[in-house]
Write a protein that binds this ligand. Structure first.
Ligand SMILES: NC(=O)c1ccc[n+]([C@@H]2O[C@H](COP(=O)([O-])OP(=O)(O)OC[C@H]3O[C@@H](n4cnc5c(N)ncnc54)[C@H](O)[C@@H]3O)[C@@H](O)[C@H]2O)c1
Ligand SMILES: [Zn+2]
Length: 329
């Protein structure tokens, strides 16, 4: 994983590849085609609905048409959606070919493109199909971030706040002190935030690649977050923001997290323009939470906080989850 002004490394990283197919979406292609290496291009749709088996099938059909063989390579250039779909396609095409990722949103640079998880949604459930398989390389270049909308920037900051909340109190303090600079696309502040989030994620993934234990802490905010994303149609980071407030309050009410910390988290999220108040159909949310992948029997394995910068994973009864949800207004 290379981060910084690293796009210049791309030609060398793909030099020994006989055949390269770029996977992207129309918007990224329009804004950043000048950064694409030569080769065929496959465009996938935009919006969470496009993270589907139909999209994957379309990608496979084009790969078949191009005749991409085992020595070929896929290069995903785009946000988390493009990276997830490209990673999954590469992991399964001909039982697995090489893949490189060039994430172009802050969310994908700080989180989605690193760690090897990929996948598509299925049956109304987020990421139900997918694999864990490491890409050959990930290039996180800040040049892409300058074309993000303010809403997409905030969306990415949600995963940076998450990384800080679960493993890095100093990064959390930095985000508090630099919220305005981050929102103003200040490149120094963004780089510091990105490097901090990458350090947390890569550290956790190196210790527990297959999510047998510690990696679950990166799911902080995602139990309710995925339910919100699936039912209310918010952006991933926005949904995770609501999920983090919920999980922090639940942590406080269980006595694991000292009083006042949930409010501190909520304040930072508000300052970086993320939603913290849930307005939605509670029954639909609960139904979605029941379908959570990390549910075991009537318990949800949730990432909760012991302190800002220290997360734990605890089983939470669905009933307790439901009660906490009705307090989140
Ligand atoms: N695999 C993982 O570990 C992991 C982790 C976190 C999130 N995710 C997944 O990532 C997805 C969300 O990713 P996302 O937030 O990047 O959304 P996204 O990929 O849907 O991109 C959002 C929008 O931003 C546009 N865009 C991309 N790069 C741009 C740029 N440089 N300038 C302007 N616009 C640009 C895209 O065209 C798209 O319209 C979700 O599906 C989520 O589940 C995966
Ligand atoms: Zn996430």
């Amino acid at each position: 994983v290379l981060a910084g002004p690293v796009l210049c490394e791309l030609p060398q990283l793909i030099a020994d590849t006989t055949r390269l197919v770029v996977v992207t979406d129309a918007k990224v292609r329009r804004l950043h085609a000048q950064s694409f290496p030569p080769g065929e291009v496959i465009e996938v749709g935009q919006g969470e609905g496009a993270k589907s088996l139909e999209t994957l099938q379309d990608v496979f059909q084009q790969l078949q048409r191009f005749g991409l063989e085992r020595d070929g390579m896929l290069l995903g250039v785009g946000g988390g959606l493009v990276c997830d779909v490209t990673g999954f396609a590469a992991a399964t095409w001909l039982r697995g070919i090489r893949v490189g990722l060039v994430p172009t949103t802050l969310l994908a640079q700080a989180d989605a493109a690193v760690g090897g998880k990929n996948g598509v949604n299925f049956g109304g459930i987020k990421n139900l199909l997918g694999t864990i398989r490491q890409p050959a390389f990930v290039l996180c270049d800040p040049v892409f971030l300058q074309t993000l909308s303010p809403a997409e920037l905030s969306n990415g900051l949600a995963e940076v706040v998450k990384a800080a909340a679960v493993r890095d109190a100093a990064l959390f303090g930095f985000l508090e002190a630099n919220a305005e600079a981050l929102l103003a696309f200040d490149s120094g502040a963004l780089s510091h935030a990105l490097f901090g989030a990458l350090r947390v994620k890569l550290g956790v993934v190196e210790r527990d690649e297959c999510e047998e234990g510690e990696r679950l802490v990166l799911n902080f905010g995602h139990t309710l977050g995925h339910a919100v994303e699936a039912t209310l149609g918010l952006r991933h980071g926005e949904a995770v923001s609501l999920g983090m407030v919920f999980a922090a309050r639940l942590s406080e009410s269980r006595g694991w997290l000292p009083a006042g910390r949930a409010a501190r988290l909520e304040q930072l999220l508000r300052r970086v323009q993320l939603p913290t108040r849930l307005a939605g159909n509670q029954a639909a949310l609960l139904a979605a939470a029941h379908r959570d992948k990390k549910r075991i029997g009537n318990r949800l394995r949730m990432a909760l906080l012991k302190e800002i910068g220290e997360a734990i994973v605890e089983p939470i009864e669905i009933g307790a989850f439901e009660a906490a949800l009705s307090n989140l207004r």
